[in-house]
Design a protein around this ligand. Sequence first.
Ligand SMILES: C[S@@+](CC[C@H](N)C(=O)[O-])C[C@H]1O[C@@H](n2cnc3c(N)ncnc32)[C@H](O)[C@@H]1O
Length: 332
Amino acid sequence: MAANRRESSPFGSSSSRDTDDEGVRGTCEDASVCKRYAVSIGYWHDPYIEHLVRPCKERKAPEINRGYFARVQGVSQLTKAFLRKTGCHCQILNLGAGMDTTFWKLKDEDLLPSKYFEVDFPTIVKRKLHNIKSKPALAKPIAELHSEDALRIDGHMLDSARYAIIGADLRELPELEEKLKKCNMSTQLPTLLIAECVLIYMTPEQSASLLKWAASSFETAMFINYEQVNMDDRFGQIMVENLWRRQCHLAGVETCKSLESQRERLLLNGWETASAVDMMELYSRLPRAEVNRIESLEFLDEMELLEQLMRHYCLCWATRGGQELGLKEITC
Ligand SMILES: C[S@@+](CC[C@H](N)C(=O)[O-])C[C@H]1O[C@@H](n2cnc3c(N)ncnc32)[C@H](O)[C@@H]1O
C-alpha cells in the first residue's frame, strides 16, 4: 500500500525502503534540534540534550517552540503518572527514541523505572552510543547504576542494569522481541511503551502489528502515542507534500485522520481503553503558571498559527490490565 501511494505521488518516482528509511531517520535530527533550540531559550530544563544534539543555527518560530513544549509536557505528565501508579516497579520502552533524554531526567528526579529501554534504527543508535561513550554527563549516570565492571556494549546496542539502547527496526517484530529479551525485558512487569512521532512513518498494517504485539506481550501495560491528527485537510496535505520532497514518506497518514481513528486503532489492536486529545486541548489543560511563563519568553504575533499547528497533533494513551494499579484513571 505504501508503494502504491508513492507511485501515485505528485513527485513521481518510487524508491526503495532504504531510501524511505533514510528520510524517516532524518526526522530524528529535526525533532532533536527543535527540542534543543526550545531548551536553549528556556521552554523547559534539559541539561542532557546539548550532549546529544548539535545547536540550531536558525531561529525557530514561537508556535513551533510552544508546540514542542506542549508535546514534551504531555508525554512527561503521562509517563510520570504511570511511574507513580506503579511505584516505579515497571519498565519503559521508548520506541523510536531518537536523541530522547528522558532516562537521564528521570534519574535526576528519582523516578527511574526498574529498567528503561530505547529502540531506534541501528544508525541512530550508533550515533547516540558514540555520544554516550564520549560524554561523561551521559555515561556516568548509566555506570552509577551498574554494579559490575563491564557493561554489555557493541556498535548498535548497550545493555546495563537500568538502561538499554537497542538498534532494531520496529517493523521487524520477532527480531525486536529477541533483542529486547536479550537485554532482560520482562513480560511480567507493568510496561509503558512510548511512541513520540513514530507510528506515522509506518504503514497502518505495520503500526497495527506493533500495537498488537505490545498489547499481547505484557499483561499490564500503557501505550503513549504522540503524532499527527486531522490530516485530511489542506494543512495536512501540505505537511505530507513537504515531507515527500525531503524523501520522508508519511506511510501511516491514513490513521491520522481524526482523534476517533487514532482511538479506534488502539482499541482494534488489543488495548482495553483508549483516549486522545488534540494538542490545543492539551495546551489549555497545562498548569496556567507554567503556560504564562513560557508565553512570556517570546512574542507570538498570530495565535491562529499556534492553533492551526496544535490542532494537527495529538496525544493518545491506551491501557491494558492494571485495574488494581488504577492505570485506567490516568489522564492529562
Ligand atoms: C520524529 S523522530 C522522533 C524521535 C523521538 N521520539 C522524539 O520525539 O524526540 C522519529 C524517530 O523514530 C525512528 N523510527 C521511525 N521508524 C522506525 C522504525 N521502523 N524502526 C526504528 N525506529 C524508527 C526514527 O529513526 C526517529 O529517530
